[in-house]
Write a protein that binds this ligand. Structure first.
Ligand code: CP
Length: 324
């Protein structure tokens, strides 16, 4: 029998809108539930969310987030309705306003998992929705991805305090890299290296946030001694890839300069881990996949556990603390 959980505060979990809404205590509770979900999956699932229905409403394409949320709901005994092709979904074609769409979908379901590209869209949806709304990676944030990323670090490193993380790629536009920085900033002694071509540097809002929270960070804009030294020190390398059309930008750097290949792997610590939110383009060479430091497929597995945990915490808070 699993031990009862201490005081769960589910009030703050009505909606999942942005990474900043999670404090350390709540993150700890999500992780505790996610660990339990590993056992639930192993034992073939359960019926905790029987009678509940989730809508996945994606205005932009997704593979992992949509499928993992749907798998999470099904493994907990719930049901799913889904918009599969954003370009052919009538509210997109006819440009129905988001509020109208939400006020329609919330009459069918118990929770809405929403990916909408506009800044502030999930907040707008939450304001009018009668049911909880979960941001599935829209408006410059991807909070559930950040939670699964942090959970992957937590499981591999046995905690987050004091961890050293190198985040690399298209940092200006990486919603996963941005959300991860927000969560890492909540822990003490964390050190972050931000590695990108200069024109794709992390945006000022995150830089200000890290400074405000006194997080130690360094920005690096290309290959060289500084990057090599960083790779030798860090415990986590988080790749986000460069945009498909980036090559030989104003700085004259090729995308190969930012690819994790066998040379970079050779510099990394024996127990470092390599992560990537996927889909991967050419940010990690395929030959890295068989190295035990490659953790990106484990990240995908962890996404299922984290999303199961969030759905339980939002849809069945009365079951928290009970055997599941
Ligand atoms: N990691 C991620 O958000 O992938 P999808 O775009 O496929 O959901």
């Amino acid at each position: 029998m699993t031990p009862a959980l201490a005081s769960f505060q589910t009030d703050s979990m009505k909606h999942v809108l942005e990474a900043q809404q999670f404090n350390k205590k709540l993150i700890g509770q999500v992780f505790e539930m996610a660990e339990r979900m590993e056992q639930v999956v192993e034992s073939g699932g359960n019926d905790l969310l029987r009678g509940k229905v989730m809508a996945s409403v994606f205005y932009t394409i997704s593979t992992r987030t949509r499928l993992s949320f749907e798998a999470a709901m099904l493994r907990l005994g719930g049901k799913v309705i889904s918009t599969e092709h954003p370009e052919a979904f009538s509210d997109t074609v006819f440009a129905s306003n988001l509020e109208d769409t939400v006020r329609m979908v919330d009459r069918y379901v118990d929770v809405i998992v929403l990916r909408h590209p506009e800044e502030g869209s999930t907040e707008r949806a939450a304001k009018v929705s009668r049911v909880p709304v979960i941001n599935a990676g829209g408006g410059g944030q991807h909070p559930t991805q950040a939670l699964l990323d942090l959970y992957t670090i937590y499981r591999a490193k046995d905690g987050i305090d004091g961890v050293s993380v190198l985040v690399m790629g298209n940092l200006a536009n990486s919603r996963t890299g941005r959300s991860l920085c927000y969560l890492l900033a909540k822990y003490s002694g964390v050190k972050i290296w931000l590695v990108s071509p200069e024109e794709l540097s992390m945006r000022q809002d995150i830089i200000d946030y890290l400074e405000r929270h006194q997080v130690s960070f360094v920005q690096i804009h290309g290959p060289g001694e500084e990057l090599e030294q960083a790779l030798q020190q860090v415990e986590v390398v988080y790749q986000t890839d460069l945009p498909r059309d980036f090559d030989y930008g104003p700085t004259g750097l090729s995308r190969q300069a930012f690819c994790i290949n066998m040379d970079m792997l050779g510099l990394m610590r024996k127990h470092a881990i390599i992560m990537h939110p996927f889909p991967r383009m050419d940010g990690i060479a395929p030959e890295v996949d068989t190295d035990p430091r490659a953790h990106y497929f484990q990240q995908i597995t962890n996404g299922l556990y984290i999303r199961m945990a969030l759905l339980q915490m939002i849809l069945a808070p009365e079951t928290l603390g009970k055997q599941i």
